[in-house]
Design a binder for this molecule. Structure first.
Ligand code: AHR
Length: 527
């Protein structure tokens, strides 16, 4: 079924003399049609059973900048409207996304976090310096109780990431006991003393983060042994079943995956992977000030995750042909320069239509690999990197990425519907082939959701969808798009980019014709 989704570069790159593709130059000549056409066959009647787990829509909240403090948590005494310390506006906005799982407390922060500093009376909690993220003083007012209670309010699974880099086996083992044991045991009793009688359910537990880097600069062989040791003492208490996630590779580090699969194998339930759509770690570029070349370059980089996931999956298949170990992409998204005037190290960036495009193209790819890829956590939820929400004091805005995630909610836990299409491509400035069209579809309770992405900055895209049945579906549509490629929401103009109703389609028996405006994402619902 995955093989049906072919990508064919049918148009050779249009390169200007500098080797740089220029959409506007092509248009000025007036010799290119302003609309391209894609023929897409939707195999709705296929017996495909692959489900897109809702966890593909997971989030990540680290103690970094204003993600937790000011983003999620303001404390009960704050003048900002809050429910037991959690911002009410943020909580309500997140509920609409049906967040399935939330990873915490890091990130790099996880490997210097000592959980016992974040329990008990606030005034007694010690402070620490967040060495990874700007040297900010962390007062530990948001700790285990605050996180797990937040997950309960949000209705999502917690994904707790333990400290391997600078923590001990004992510390990690006790944390699991503290959170999940209902016994008359030291840690369970300490939790009771701190006001929580019954244990929480904690399914996902990460044994370290980026242990090849900020989590200890380990070699994969060494980390494999360390993982085995730490994971041994993460026990299942009182009916809680831990799903243990080993630190996985960064991007193209296939050796890491190979070693972990051979040395750790079934002692882990999931193996993570991190992949950021970053152009250059030294010069990341502005989130809002960019040209068409930059637009295509980041789409090219984000779409490259297709081959990266495939290669990691292929390695996992060699060791685990029955696919019992999952791939967990627990950090992904765009990474731009921090906004001018903000604190260095806090990774606060704006979020434009381009970020929403990256999210759409990425999610369309993730859906294909859900035979192995069982979770993805975008980095990060609020005020950090490719966030859903930006806050300023008591104000809040929703980013284009938030709106994209909202449009894609129907894909959560839906059955993947195979499709076939051929997309035209161009070459970006880095010589990557960039497909100008991307799509995905799923079915739940008899309703088909079809998401179509026109990456092209200039041309409309007519999509002729051939259905494999004679039903005349009742179709409705939504669109996320804008006139300017760098359109974004600000505190002054919070609704520049938002979901709108869309009806530029014709539906007949067995066929739908739809015209996607340039740089837009459309979702059609077929009932
Ligand atoms: O998401 C920001 C950082 O990126 C995380 O802390 C780390 O794991 C990764 O390098």
């Amino acid at each position: 079924m995955k093989k049906l989704l072919l990508s064919v570069a049918s148009i050779v790159a249009v390169l200007a003399f500098s080797g740089v593709w220029s959409a506007s130059a092509q248009n000025k000549k007036g010799d290119a049609p302003s609309q391209r056409e894609v023929r897409l066959t939707l195999h709705n009647q296929s017996s495909e059973k692959q489900v897109i787990p809702k966890e593909i829509y997971g989030q990540f909240a680290e103690h970094l900048g204003r993600c937790i403090y000011g983003g999620i948590w303001v404390g009960e005494n704050s003048p900002i409207p809050n429910q037991k310390g959690y911002r009410v506006d943020v909580l309500e906005a997140l509920k609409a996304l049906k967040v399935p799982v939330l990873r915490w407390p890091g990130g790099c922060f996880a490997d210097e976090y000592h959980w016992m500093d974040g329990i008990g009376p606030y005034e007694k909690r010690p402070k620490m310096v967040n060495t990874n993220w700007g040297g900010t003083v962390e007062d530990n007012s948001f700790g285990t109780h605050e996180f797990l209670n937040f997950c309960e309010l949000l209705g999502c699974e917690p994904y707790v990431n333990g400290n391997v880099g600078s923590g001990s086996v004992e510390e990690m083992a006790k944390w699991v006991e503290y959170m999940t044991s209902d016994a008359d045991s030291p840690m369970a009793n300490l939790r009771r003393e701190n006001g929580r009688n019954k244990p929480w359910k904690v399914k996902y537990f990460g044994v370290g983060n980026e242990n090849w880097g900020c989590g200890g600069n380990m070699r994969p062989e060494y980390y494999s042994d360390v993982y085995r040791r730490y994971a041994t003492f993460c026990k299942n208490y009182s009916g809680n079943q831990l799903y243990k996630i080993a630190c996985g590779a960064s991007d193209y580090d296939y050796k890491w995956t190979d070693v972990l699969m051979s040395q750790v194998g079934r002692q882990m339930h999931g193996l993570s992977l991190h992949y950021y759509s970053v152009m250059n770690w030294d010069r990341k570029g502005s989130a809002t000030q960019f040209n068409p070349n930059d637009w295509y370059a980041v789409i090219g980089k984000c779409a490259e995750i297709d081959s990266v996931i495939k290669r990691h999956c292929d390695i996992m298949d060699e060791y685990d042909p029955r696919r019992q170990i999952d791939m967990i992409l627990d950090e992904w998204g765009t990474w731009w320069d921090e906004e001018p005037g903000t604190v260095r190290g806090h990774l606060y960036q704006q979020n434009t239509l381009r970020d929403a495009m990256v999210a759409a193209v990425s999610l369309n790819i993730f859906h294909k690999y859900t035979y192995r890829l069982k979770m993805a956590n975008i980095a990060q939820m609020i005020n950090v990197l490719q966030s859903m929400i930006l806050t300023r004091d008591d104000e809040m805005i929703l980013t284009p990425t938030y709106h994209l995630f909202k449009m894609y909610v129907p894909h959560q836990d839906a059955t993947f519907v195979p499709m076939y299409y051929e997309s035209e491509s161009i070459r970006d400035v880095n010589r990557r082939e960039v497909e100008l069209f991307s799509a995905t579809a799923s079915r739940k309770d008899g309703v088909v959701t079809l998401s179509l992405v026109n990456v092209d900055l200039e041309k409309e895209c007519k999509v002729v969808v051939a259905l494999d049945d004679e039903t005349k579906y009742e179709v409705s549509g939504e669109i996320l798009g804008a006139k300017e490629m760098n359109a974004h929401n600000t505190f002054e103009q919070p609704e520049n980019v938002k979901i709108q109703k869309f009806d530029a389609f014709k539906s007949s028996k067995g066929q739908i014709e739809v015209v996607l405006p340039a740089k837009s994402v459309v979702t059609l619902t077929l009932k």
